[in-house]
Design a protein around this ligand. Structure first.
Ligand SMILES: [Mn+2]
Length: 432
């Protein structure tokens, strides 16, 4: 095995952790005593939290943008090798993002084996591969202006199918086990397209992709309520996604992106429903205030994130054999350093998971059965009110990460160094 060539000096992490250790252990002991009074073993929870694995998206390593503008940052990555380096920093300091999720053709490489080796040397593996038929590439024959997998013309659908098959092929060489498919197909005018025929065409195209999946792969279907199609989107909601996944077969699963719903939709209930159907394939974590899908995880509604993890923990307890959702952070970092946002989000997600793990399940079930509404609510509230940061920090330190990842990242001078070495990113608007 190649010795990982980690980006941040280990001595820097060790001296940082030594400086934090005493206060951290004192805070953890306090939390441990508090949790034990509720019958919860903090050490066991800490071990479980250490096994939480989130993928980072390669596009999340760059400074994103809106449809209007992008403000590039000195030292931001502009190619897949540089994106891997930045994802390796996130993993090295945070210790819960061991795999990256590439997006094609943005991350296209002629030599997947070399890319896999490069990632391994940085301590990273590859997660789901993402296809892209929501924009035209300079070398493609047919335009996706009026759709891709659901286009009215078969040659355009075939081109989009071929691209997905190429993604599977490169994903096999990278060691991925899933293909995530999100299409922007839909209509911007009433009457523009047949709402039923476009869904039929989706099923037909998706079935051809599905038939090319290796046996140990999943096809993750990502729905999105709107944008870029503002009148109707072909795979707009979990109902359409579930119908498609059921039609395609057992390897097709539904993927929930937290920002892809109407405002105030009860996402935790969707978790329960998809789990009941055996179709809970994965998550894209982010947050939103209005109708976006771009804000940092847990920055707007951390309580919703907790309630979602509460359902996930219950789902795992019910169906541990088939519970294998793929978790990924999917945000657009417009004005922050993406490494800092990814570190902050990874901790917010781990905190929500930890809060869900400390819920007293027996108490909750008993209160629900007795229709003791306030007792049930208070059981959740008690878990949510614990300050679990010392547990998360100690879990990181024990796994070789940093007690305070963002502080250490700033001290490391990583971005300033990269600003000297890397070419400047383009200011063209768009999400990459
Ligand atoms: Mn997404």
């Amino acid at each position: 095995m190649i010795a990982p060539d980690l980006p941040i000096a280990m001595e820097l992490i060790e001296s940082h952790n030594t400086a934090h250790r005493e206060v951290l252990e004192d805070d953890y002991d306090h939390l441990k005593r508090r949790l034990s009074r509720s019958g919860v073993d903090a050490d066991k929870i800490k071990q479980r939290v250490k096994r939480l694995e989130l993928a980072t998206p390669t596009w999340g390593a760059g400074v994103g943008g809106t449809r209007f503008a992008k403000f590039p940052m000195p030292g931001e990555p502009t190619n897949i090798d540089e994106k891997l380096e930045d994802c390796a920093v996130v993993q090295q300091l945070g210790r819960n993002t061991p795999r990256v999720s590439p997006h094609f053709p943005w991350d296209w490489t002629e030599d997947p084996a070399a890319l896999k080796d490069k990632a391994a040397a940085l301590g990273l593996g590859f997660d789901a591969v993402n296809s892209n038929t929501f924009q035209d590439q300079s070398d493609q024959k047919r335009s996706y202006r009026y759709g891709s997998l659901t286009h009215t013309q078969a040659p355009t659908r075939d081109q989009a199918i071929e691209h997905n098959l190429a993604c599977i092929e490169i994903g096999r060489k990278l060691g991925s086990k899933a293909l995530t498919v999100w299409i922007g197909d839909g209509a911007n005018f009433p009457g523009q397209q047949s709402l039923s025929k476009s869904f039929d065409r989706y099923l037909d195209s998706a079935a051809q992709i599905y038939s090319a999946l290796p046996n140990d792969w999943f096809m993750l279907l990502e729905h999105k309520l709107y944008e870029p199609a503002f009148y109707s989107t072909v795979i707009s909601d979990w109902g359409s996604s579930l119908l498609a996944a059921q039609e395609l077969g057992p390897k097709a699963q539904c993927l929930i992106d937290l920002g892809h719903h109407a405002p105030n939709v009860n996402i935790e209930q969707i978790v329960a429903r998809l789990d009941a159907a055996g179709k809970l394939g994965g998550f894209h974590f982010n947050d939103s205030k209005y109708g976006d899908d771009d804000l940092d995880s847990g920055s707007i509604n951390p309580h919703q994130l907790f309630l979602i993890f509460n359902e996930l923990v219950e789902a795992e307890a019910r169906n541990s054999a088939r519970f294998h959702p793929a978790y990924m952070i999917d945000q657009s970092h417009n004005i922050t350093d993406p490494i800092e946002s990814l570190l902050s989000s990874a901790e917010a997600i781990a905190a929500a998971f930890t809060h869900a793990l400390v819920v007293n399940r027996d108490e909750l079930a008993a209160a629900q059965d007795a229709n003791d509404v306030m007792a049930a609510f208070q059981t959740l509230r008690r878990a949510y009110n614990h300050d679990v940061r010392p547990l998360l920090a100690l879990a990181r330190v024990e796994a070789g990460g940093a007690a305070d990842p963002i502080a250490l990242y700033r001290k490391s001078g990583w971005r300033d160094r990269k600003a000297q070495e890397r070419r400047r990113a383009s200011a063209a608007p768009g999400i990459v």
